[in-house]
Design a protein around this ligand. Structure first.
Ligand code: SF4
Length: 191
């Protein structure tokens, strides 16, 4: 993973690199059984070169902790695009396509059993181009021999607290599948 990170840090395959301070490659346990995929770096992620470190990332950490998952212990976190889109706009299909090669290689290295997709861009960019997060969340998708769970992006929860309940329902499904496939004794705070 370190070699891939070094290679990606000098990537300029799409125009997003020009407006970004640095490449926010991804982080976590490269042997994790759960991989989390979001949309792209925001302002704080761009500044620090790490994914999910702003307010949405802090909320994600709490959600994971409630499911008994430590961000750096049980998961590996990356985004569909690794350079910040200007003004936090949604990455274009061509930018997403350029960056997917890096994400595919990350997935190959981590080899997760479960992939948690956060938000519509992650759902559409990785597994279901015609996907709708409000319709597809909470339903398992078998993709490349991995179990994929789409749910709302934590940034959406910060804007609309009514989404917290469906996200929690989705995390409970992830906990159940993790117990089934990885660790029958996995302990979580609430389920
Ligand atoms: S967003 Fe991805 S493809 Fe585009 S320059 Fe950054 S690392 Fe390369």
């Amino acid at each position: 993973m370190t070699r891939l990170q070094e290679e990606t840090s000098s990537c300029a395959q799409c125009p997003l690199r020009q407006g970004a301070r640095q490449v926010a490659f991804g982080e976590g346990n490269p042997c994790a059984k759960i991989m989390i995929v979001g949309e792209g770096p925001g302002q704080e992620e761009d500044r620090l070169g790490r994914p999910f470190v702003g307010p949405a990332g802090q909320l994600l950490d709490k959600i994971l902790a409630a499911g008994g998952f430590g961000r750096m212990e049980h998961t590996y976190i990356a985004n569909i695009v690794k350079c910040r889109p200007p003004g936090n706009r949604i990455p274009t299909p061509s930018e997403r396509a350029s960056c997917l090669t890096h994400l595919y290689r990350q997935i190959e290295i981590v080899d997760p059993v479960i992939i948690l997709l956060l938000g519509a861009t992650a759902l559409q960019g990785l597994v279901k181009p015609e996907g709708r997060i409000s319709r597809d969340r909470g339903q398992w998708i078998l993709w490349e021999n991995r179990w994929v769970m789409p749910t709302y992006h934590p940034a959406a929860l910060l804007r609309d607290v009514s989404l917290k309940r469906p996200v929690w329902e989705d995390i409970k499904l992830v906990v159940a599948r993790y117990r089934e496939l990885v660790d029958a004794n996995h302990a979580s705070q609430y389920c």
